[in-house]
Write a protein that binds this ligand. Sequence first.
Ligand code: ADP
Length: 372
Amino acid sequence: MLNAEQSFLNKTDKVIQDLSEANFSLTRTRAWFRFLNGNLRDLLDLGILLSGIYFITHNELEVATMLIILSYRGQIVSISSNLESFYDIIKRFELAAERIFEILEGNKYPKEVFGNKKISKIEGSIAFKNVSFGYERDTMVLKNISFQIHPNETVSFVGKSGSGKSTIFNLISALYRPTSGEITFDGIPLNQLDKTSIRKNISVISQNPYIFNMSIRENLTIIKEDLTENEMIEACKMACLHDFIMTLKDGYDTVVGEGGVTLSGGQRQRLAIARALILKTEIILFDEATSALDNETQHEIQKSIQNMQGEYTILIIAHRLSTVINSDRLILIDDGRVVGEGTHQELLKNNSIYQKLYELELKDDKKVNIKN
Ligand code: ADP
């Protein structure tokens, strides 16, 4: 579909070529060893034979001793052929070690490090204090960010694409750790908390949540084995999914396909909301889908978020400003910095960056309307 076959073929060609060259070089080295090895053996045989004849004819060596020497000659030859296979192993080991150490020592896969403090239920306040962070050491994506989220508040992060909103979520869910500064939950530094205390208290509803190839019921019971029918229906009602499930022939027992393919993007997100409601995590991070959802789906998602408002600390990455109207507060991010905080109306009145963002979106909306 991307018309990228040729480009992939070229890449594959290059890999095959590199591999052939490496194999050729190995075969050549091996051939040299064999050649030397074979000649060495012949030369050795000839040398032993000639010197044996010489010493026997000059009465300096007995025939019996000569036979013993000949019987050990094989071992000298086998040392040199062992060297050949040793060289082979070393070369292969070097290659494997290079790849393994690249992963173990590189920054590509940072190790997860957690503290050992346990808390079962947090209130839900989050604070960033002078937090800076870069995926690479010398490029800071977040630059000295500070903000405070109160328990049960609904706060939307807004800003241009690439300004650092998802990175803030990555730090809150402890997938990455700040380069400097501190993040706290209920005043406790996040790096002191153990893994379970963090995971049990945060749900992340991503743009495209992963749904298992099981029935809707199993997708929900997998996170809580003793889930009752009532709890399940209650959660799905709050997530505005129950009515849709009731239209399916097998209802809650409908199998949704690999990755939830038989559900729409909006339905997958609402199922993920139901999961968060069942887990009852105090903090819910919601990454609004960037892809255009139809108005009805968007409305259903809005409604399900409203259902949770006031009971949970909800943070939203808002890709459309139309979704932020109901938030208690907005935090405006621009180039890794907090450049404004307040309600939609306040920012629209006082913040020129927000005004521009709003105008841009209005223009885009108009374009879409014209196209439609
Ligand atoms: P937003 O969510 O506001 O669109 P992001 O937090 O995704 O912004 O990205 C902020 C910056 O960090 C961008 O320049 C992006 O290219 C970079 N970035 C995001 N994720 C990674 C990553 N895993 N590795 C390296 N750079 C990243």
